[in-house]
Structures are given as C-alpha cells and as structure tokens.
Unconditional design. Structure first.
Length: 291
C-alpha cells in the first residue's frame, strides 16, 4: 500500500493511516500492523462488503494464515472502537459474505499536491485550507502535550495508558479480554507523555523525565514480574548525575549507548545483548519510543 496523504474522521475518532494511530481528544491508540491494514482495507471499500478471502489476501499479502487470524483482528478492532458484533456501529458482519465498514467517514487531506491547483481556488477556499492546516497543527501539539495516552499491545490483548491520577500521573494496564484495569505505577507529570510496548508484550517503557531536572528519566515496567528498570542520562554534556538507589531490589539499571546532538535525534539504549530501544527526540523532548 502506498502511503496516504490524508486521514479519516470516523465519528469522534481521527485515524491516521500513515502512523496507524487513532486519536480521540487526548486519547491516542497505536494499532499494530495487521490491525491497521485491515482497517484501511475496510475503509477504502467505501461502504461495500469485502470478503474474508480478499481481506486475507491483501492484509497478509500471500502469507498462509487461517480465517481465525482475521476474526481475531476484527475482534481487536471492535474492542478498540467499543463496537458490538450484534448491534454494530463501525464493523458489520455479513455471514458467508464478509465485512463492511458502516461508520460515517470523512476524508481530511493533509496537503495540496499542486501549487497550480491552489492558484485556481477561490479566496474563501484558500482561507478554509489555511484554517484546516492550523487546526491539524494544533491537534498535533495538543495530542503531543496532552495529559494522557493509550497504546495497544502487539498481540492486541492489552492497552497500556498514562493519565492523570489525583495530583500525580499513573501507568494503567487494561486487559481487553475481561475489561479489568489495574494501576502499575505512579509518578509526577513528565515533560511529555510517551509510552510504548516491547515486541514480546512483556515490557512497557514510558517517559518519567521532569522539565525541571537536568537529566532524562525513563522507566521500564515488566508486567510478568511487576518489576521496574530505571534509565537516567543527562540532558546536556558535562553534567554528572548520581545513580538511583541501587539498594532497590526491584530495579535494574541500564546504560545508554549514544545521544545525538541536534534537536531531532535518536538515543540508543542497549536493553539486552540483542535488544535495543530507540528513544526519539523532537526539540530535545522525548516524542516516541521504538522497541
């Protein structure tokens, strides 16, 4: 699939096909690869029924999988949208035929492909395009600096989220299969709300850096052992930071490998011998993790 230059408004959600993210106010859910592919195919069917065979062919691109894989992917999408199989508002099942996306859709263009087209538009249209661009920019920064965020696990069974919890912020884990939610950690509001899953569904890395401090602080929570690992490194060269309390038996302290110099950088952390975490920066503030 080619990278689209637009996003979709789906009821109260905004879906960005390029980043595979669903945004609803201050909520952001990152869809895993196959889940995002199936959603895009359903949307691009434009209200028409698309068969299971066609979905399997296009989403899995020739890989040998059973219909069970597709059924699980559809189920994960329904859970994200809080949709009902018997009374659907987003994805309708047509027995022996396939699936159909029935939620109202509105395509929002991200950019205008040709300057000559812009010159031919009326003044009113130009103003509307400018306003739309500003709104999209504002939406991005509001989302980036929002006080909460949600991320779906790679297996589609759990949602990790950070949100305000009284005077602090907290990391929560929701089990989609039974709806149970538990709080894993509490901390002061970080300078950016960023979290991500490890590919094995066992670890969650999240930013706990404070704007007032001269060092970055990251935490990794292992949901199997309920243990935390801490990572600290200076925001500027020449700063020496003290190690965290090494008497904390629940902690494992990690070394970082590299910090680039410019405002948009990637910082590499060697988590294990064969596992590296990439910390992405935007204007010297952590903006994303890639495990």
């Amino acid at each position: 699939m080619s990278k689209p230059t637009y996003c979709y408004k789906i009821k109260h959600w905004i879906f960005d096909p390029t980043t595979a993210e669903l945004i609803n106010g201050d909520q952001k859910i990152h869809l895993q690869n196959q889940v995002a592919k199936v959603l895009i195919l359903l949307i691009e069917a434009n209200g028409q029924v698309i068969s299971k065979k066609e979905l399997l062919k296009q989403a899995w691109q020739g890989a040998i999988v059973t219909e069970n894989s597709l059924d699980k992917t559809i189920s994960e999408l329904r859970k994200v949208f809080s949709d009902s199989r018997t009374h659907p508002e987003f994805i309708e099942t047509l027995p022996k035929k396939g699936y159909r996306f029935i939620a109202p859709l509105k395509k929002i263009e991200r950019e205008v492909s040709s300057i000559s087209i812009i010159k031919k538009r009326s003044t009113i249209t130009l103003v509307l395009l400018t306003v739309l661009s500003v709104l999209l920019t504002v939406t991005y920064f509001v989302t980036f600096n929002s006080s909460s965020k949600k991320v779906l696990s790679p297996d589609g069974k759990m949602i990790a989220s950070i949100k305000k919890d009284n005077t602090l912020h907290a990391l929560f884990l929701e089990d989609i299969t039974n709806g149970k939610i538990k709080k894993l950690d509490s901390f002061a509001k970080p300078e950016s709300i960023v979290l991500q899953w490890s590919s094995d569904n066992q670890n969650i890395i999240y930013n706990t850096s404070l704007a007032k401090n001269d060092f970055y602080a990251l935490t990794i929570f292992n949901i199997q052992t309920n243990k935390k690992s801490y990572i600290k490194f200076p925001k500027k060269e020449g700063i020496t930071i003290s190690n965290p309390n090494r008497n904390d038996s629940l902690s494992k302290f990690l070394e970082h490998k590299k910090l680039s110099k410019s405002s948009n950088t990637i910082h590499y952390i060697a988590y294990t011998n064969n596992d590296t975490i990439k910390v992405l920066f935007n204007n010297q503030i952590i903006s994303d993790f890639k495990w």
